[in-house]
Structures are given as C-alpha cells and as structure tokens.
Design a protein around this ligand. Structure first.
Ligand SMILES: [Zn+2]
Length: 71
C-alpha cells in the first residue's frame, strides 16, 4: 500500500516551477528537457514526485525530486 499525499506545486516560487517544468525526462520520446504541462505534485513515503504531460507527445512524465535530507 502506498499513501499518495497531494502537494501544491504552485506553492513553489515561480523560478522553481519553471525549472521543474523544463527539466523532464520522457520515456516515450527518449529525450530530456522537452518540458511538461499540467504538473501534479505528490509525495509517496517521503519522496516527492511531479507528474506532468510531455509537451511533445502528451504522455505522462514523472520527475522525482532529489533532496539531501538527513533525518
Ligand atoms: Zn514525450
């Protein structure tokens, strides 16, 4: 079971948003940085992901956010 916690992507500052929308990897196009639209941010087991749609092919692209988080 995975708990998916919804987060607010638009709560980030504008520059950060722009960066995440640009820095993508699309498995369908096999290309990076094509960009995404319709971002949805969520958290699973302490990891944060952003789902969006590839600007080129409209498939789902997922970005995992990396943190240097030491607990
Ligand atoms: Zn694509």
């Amino acid at each position: 079971m995975t708990d998916r916690i919804k987060r607010d992507f638009y709560a980030r500052d504008k520059e950060e948003q722009a960066e995440f929308l640009k820095m993508t990897w699309c498995n369908t196009c096999m290309k990076e940085d094509l960009g995404m639209t319709n971002p949805q941010e969520y958290e699973i087991q302490g990891k944060i992901f952003i789902d969006g749609k590839c600007k080129k092919c409209n498939d789902v692209v997922t970005t995992e956010m990396a943190f240097d988080d030491e607990e």
